[in-house]
Design a protein around this ligand. Structure first.
Ligand code: BG6
Length: 476
């Protein structure tokens, strides 16, 4: 089992982290200010705040992350000990071009990523590199209005060219964006997510429809350009894009609920259509027009879409939600739907739905016929240290059940799934809440929400479980 994969010889097991949530060292190595450096600590109840300047009395958790910047060797050794075959990292744009539009790249930034990748290769861990995981240089927001301005497409392509060329032959798997689809998120995090993705605040734009359309068009276009570029630099490069997809189930079998569920799920997929079909979908352009927004697609852009089709789809899967065509007297769930009464929830209100992952894998496989890499999945828990140990059986159960469903998707449904990268294999700063106590890792990091702690790494029970699990896979 788990041998599938049209573009890979072997199913890839491993984990996934991002630069801004793990590195810290926010003023080291020539790094410039980036959008997430200005976002405060929050909590499940209290939204993270975005500041225009760094204030003394505010905690900015990304400034220190988990200090991966200095401790990456120790962390990678732990991943290797578990038997990881792949690690997804991201490159912080603001380490390479501190202002985004600098004349030359910052060599110290490139050197840092060379060191990280060399360390991975030393242990035969395949680096999978995301080129944009919420890490935009702040100057691009201030000077050009981020993805609202087409100029940002060029700046991003130049950044990617520098990175892909520099790491050529060391990295073969590239991801253009993490979760661009969350631009038009409907739930309570929608404003925060728009900021996290673009550094922009929707409230500062008069025409919200035009705002969303331009942002998403420019990001989709940028992705296609980078796919083509990466293929030109090295025809062996495989390039994907990551989507955070929440499957929606109809609340009832009322046809309008079914229709609504289809629409809610589909809202996340038009950019994926644009990146796989070879053109920006006509139905989305028509929808933009209905809202008074006209996107001119030049012949140059048309060519970019035609040439820049992705090689694989990355999916981040955490939960499912429920759609209803009538308003229900219930608090809306995170992604704008409702909760599912058949499912348990995490302490952060996400449903736990392993079957939903099998459903999603099938849905995408049958629609796109492309290899699928699970780039994120995991559970945030408040772990407790008892006598120096962390007994996180809940995490083990969660992961085991999700992996069982992946196995079914591959073996019974013949889905072309090529790997499973667990999110946050080492505890890191939560993207939505900024907390440390929302822990995903196999490895505990002794850092508290207020930034205090020794940053010591401690293996949780799940660490040993995953190590044994991966050992058992070696002989299959
Ligand atoms: C994904 C992001 O949406 O969810 C990650 O790609 C993020 O960056 C993950 O960390 C989990 O969300 P959170 O808010 O629990 O960190």
């Amino acid at each position: 089992m788990f041998n599938g994969g049209a573009i890979m010889k072997k199913f890839m097991w491993g984990g996934s982290i991002s630069a801004h949530q793990s590195e810290g060292g926010y003023q080291e190595g020539g790094k410039g200010p980036a959008i997430m450096d200005y976002v405060s600590f929050g909590s499940h109840q209290q939204m993270r705040q975005v500041y225009d300047e760094i204030k003394e009395d505010v905690i900015y958790p990304n400034h220190t992350g988990i200090d991966f910047y200095h401790r990456y060797k120790e962390d990678i050794a732990l991943f290797a000990e578990m038997g990881f075959q792949a690690l997804r990292i991201s490159i912080d744009w603001s380490r390479i071009y501190p202002q985004g539009d600098d004349e030359y790249p910052n060599q110290e930034g490139l050197d840092f990523y060379h060191c990280v990748i060399d360390e991975l290769l030393k242990y035969h861990i395949e680096p999978i590199v995301t080129l944009y995981h919420f890490e935009m240089p702040l100057n691009i927001v201030k000077k050009y209005q981020s993805w609202y301005n087409r100029k940002t497409v060029d700046l991003y392509v130049r950044f990617c060219q520098t990175v892909i060329t520099s790491l050529n032959n060391k990295v073969h798997y590239w991801i253009t964006f993490n979760e661009t689809n969350h631009l038009d998120l409907k739930g309570k995090y929608s404003n925060l997510f728009t900021y996290i993705l673009t550094g922009l605040k929707p409230s500062e734009f008069d025409n919200i429809h035009e705002f969303e359309a331009r942002l998403s068009y420019h990001m989709s276009l940028a992705s296609t350009k980078v796919v083509e570029l990466a293929h030109q630099i090295n025809p062996q490069n495989k390039v994907g894009c990551v989507f955070g997809i929440t499957p929606f189930y109809p609340k009832t079998c009322h046809p309008l609920d079914v229709m609504r569920a289809f629409q809610d799920m589909n809202q996340d997929l038009y950019q994926l259509d644009a990146m796989t079909m070879g053109y920006f979908p006509q139905y989305k352009l028509a929808e933009f027009q209905e809202k008074g927004v006209f996107i001119e697609i030049s012949s140059e852009d048309k060519l970019a879409f035609a040439k820049g089709k992705i090689d694989f789809i990355g999916i981040n899967y955490y939960c499912t939600e429920v759609s209803s065509h009538i308003e229900i007297d219930e608090e809306k769930a995170l992604f704008g739907g409702y909760s599912n009464p058949y499912l348990e929830k995490t302490a952060w209100d996400l449903t736990i739905d392993p079957v939903g992952l099998r459903y999603l894998l099938n849905y995408l496989d049958r629609k796109y016929h492309l290899p699928i890499l699970i780039t994120e999945n995991g559970i945030g828990l408040e772990d407790e240290i008892i006598d120096g140990k962390i007994h996180d059986q809940v995490r083990v159960d969660y992961l085991q059940k999700h992996i069982d469903q992946i196995q079914k998707a591959i073996e019974k449904d013949y889905v072309d799934c090529i790997g499973y990268l667990m999110w946050g294999p080492i505890d890191l700063v939560s993207a939505t809440s900024g907390e440390m106590k929302k822990r995903y890792g196999f490895i505990y990091v002794d850092k508290n929400d207020d930034g205090t702690g020794s940053y010591q790494r401690i293996k949780k029970d799940s660490f040993y479980w995953f190590k044994e699990f991966l050992k058992s896979k070696e002989y299959e």
